[in-house]
Write a protein that binds this ligand. Structure first.
Ligand code: DHB
Ligand code: MG
Length: 227
């Protein structure tokens, strides 16, 4: 009987099958994961397969300027930074000083320090401070920070994306919790409000793709800013 548990197991094994073939990690990516595990941080990085997908989208858009909201220890940052054009740069925003420091080490190990700037502090504050300097600058934005503030981040990020640029947002399905978010679940509430705002937003053509695998059941929002 293929109950939910069985399905999850099959999705995870198929994800590993895909990762083995399409998303091999090098020492620097593995070390980034270990740096978080050693400190007892939760395993909330993107999966290798999701990392490869971020890398592909970065290449497809020919991205030179990328913004990431929510660095954590920089696992997704490495995938994104390595896919930038040679003259490209990535700005990534992280609230926690300890994680930003770890991310800096991880960027160095991955050989991408020169193309990555880590901005430590509340993302809302950094976005406000940079609102003028960064207007229309980014070819691609990856939103992966605290989910309760996703709607506010959408407002702050939209002017920073160039016409035709790409917005990606992680964790917008959350085990299906966005369908009927519990009143005491700020993450699901934030993701659900973000999805509604994005779907209705005149500046974007967008969709949400469900994902299953190593990270359970979740989804990625993909939105193109209209020209
Ligand atoms: C959480 C955050 C993430 O960015 C993620 O991919 C998975 C989980 C979390 O905070 O629970
Ligand atoms: Mg995430």
């Amino acid at each position: 009987m293929p109950g939910p548990g069985r399905d999850e197991d099959r999705f995870t094994r198929a994800d590993a099958y895909i990762a083995d073939r399409f998303a091999a990690e090098d020492d620097a990516l593995r070390a980034a994961l270990e740096s978080a595990e050693t400190r007892g941080y939760p395993d909330i990085h993107v999966s290798p397969v999701q990392g490869r997908f971020l890398s592909l989208l970065t290449g497809l858009t020919g991205a030179r300027m990328v913004l990431e909201v929510g660095t954590f220890v920089g696992y997704s940052t490495i995938w994104l930074a390595r896919a930038l054009r040679d003259d490209g740069h990535l700005h990534t925003l992280e609230l926690m000083a300890s994680q930003a420091e770890l991310a800096a080490d991880n960027m160095a190990r991955a050989g991408v320090s020169d193309r990555v700037t880590i901005h430590q502090g509340p993302a809302a504050r950094t976005l406000k401070n940079k609102a003028e300097e960064w207007v229309g600058l980014f070819d691609l934005v990856f939103l992966d920070a605290n989910k309760n503030d996703y709607p506010a981040y959408l407002d702050a990020i939209t002017p920073l994306i160039r016409a035709g640029g790409l917005l990606l947002a992680d964790n917008v399905v959350r085990d299906g919790k966005v369908l009927t978010p519990a009143p005491d679940d700020p993450n699901a509430l934030g993701a659900a409000a973000f999805n509604d705002a994005l779907a209705a937003h005149p500046a974007y053509e967008s969709v949400v793709l469900q994902q299953v695998g190593a990270k359970g059941w979740d989804g990625l929002a993909i939105a193109r800013k209209r020209a």
